[in-house]
Design a protein around this ligand. Structure first.
Ligand SMILES: NC(=O)c1ccc[n+]([C@@H]2O[C@H](COP(=O)([O-])OP(=O)(O)OC[C@H]3O[C@@H](n4cnc5c(N)ncnc54)[C@H](OP(=O)(O)O)[C@@H]3O)[C@@H](O)[C@H]2O)c1
Length: 283
């Protein structure tokens, strides 16, 4: 399958994990293929490509609340998805695309695949718009995911770094969800493609008990054997007085029954956290 795969946004967290899974795949990041450039996308040599895996996104949630970020987020997360969907439709390519818990307001728990879109932020709205235009590609998989952890800037790395610098962090305790390690996201993508699951939308995160960011931090410190104290705050308290802060959904937990019904068994996030921290500490 590798040789028929094309990975877009290849240097991000998910893109990096996809390149590890499919070492013979073609891939490009923004420096080789900027997906917001219509002519570049439509004019690209897509011959021999059967699967486009779109790992490209504008993911700076607070950055998207600024005048410049708002434009960039909509270009990458919505407009460009339309170009990829057009290519996929015209060339009979399967398009895999990733969206987010931020497409919802976090009031319904857990999120099911048919929940109506209700984004609170600019980032969320731009991703939700991408989810809508993706439907132009008849052969598509839309994976809704949360709290992505891989090779790159992410919450686990940030907390590990703080813990190693002897910082006792103050962490939000009223946002609940489950982490999604990129290894798990890649495993889900590969599963859907190889099982030839029905096209459409699937929720995916690690399995296990949903947690707050504060509890996740405690688990990170426990696993890394760091004796640090975690002080809990609410989202409102944490961001008070800060400018350009995107509103966050308070509940990000996804219902995983649909992907489980295809034969996929999500791994408990604690298992993947242990593996991840072991690797981080040996770097
Ligand atoms: N991170 C999370 O917690 C999270 C949660 C839920 C859902 N998601 C979704 O999961 C997917 C993967 O996220 P991630 O964490 O792997 O993102 P990431 O690490 O930010 O990677 C995104 C990649 O896309 C590239 N990119 C940006 N604009 C581009 C363009 N115009 N053309 C081509 N490439 C471009 C970025 O390059 P630059 O770095 O140079 O900009 C980066 O390499 C995204 O769809 C995201 O919305 C993420």
């Amino acid at each position: 399958m590798d040789s028929k795969v094309f990975i877009v946004g290849a240097k991000g967290q998910l893109g990096t994990a996809l390149r590890q899974k499919y070492p013979n795949a073609k891939s490009a990041d923004i420096d080789e293929l900027d997906i917001t450039k219509k002519e570049s996308v439509l004019g690209y040599d897509w011959s021999d490509v059967k699967y486009i895996l779109n790992a490209a996104a504008y993911t700076n949630v607070d950055g998207a609340e600024t005048a410049e970020g708002r434009v960039a987020a909509w270009q990458v997360n919505a407009v460009a998805v339309g170009y990829l969907a057009q290519v996929a439709r015209d060339r009979d390519i399967t398009l895999v695309h990733i969206s987010t818990d931020y497409a919802f307001d976090g009031t319904k728990v857990p999120h099911k695949e048919d929940e109506p879109l209700s984004p609170l932020s600019v980032y969320g709205a731009s991703k939700a718009a991408g989810d809508i235009v993706l439907a132009q590609a008849p052969k598509h998989y839309l994976l809704m995911t949360s709290w992505v952890i891989g090779e790159g800037k992410n919450f686990v790395r940030t907390m590990l770094e703080l813990g190693q610098k002897d910082v006792d962090p103050t962490v939000v305790a009223d946002q609940i969800g489950r982490p999604t390690f990129t290894t798990e996201l890649v495993r889900a993508i590969d599963h859907l493609l190889t099982a030839k699951a029905e096209f459409g939308t699937y929720n995916i995160s690690n399995g296990g008990e949903p947690v707050s960011w504060a509890d996740l931090t405690r688990e990170i410190f426990k696993t890394a054997e760091l004796e640090r104290k975690v002080t809990e705050v609410t989202t409102v308290e944490y961001y008070k007085g800060k400018a350009n802060i995107a509103p966050r959904p308070l509940n990000s937990t996804f219902d995983l029954a649909k992907i489980e019904a295809t034969g996929f068994r999500p791994k408990d996030w604690r298992e993947d956290l242990k593996e991840y921290i072991k690797k981080e500490l040996s770097r």
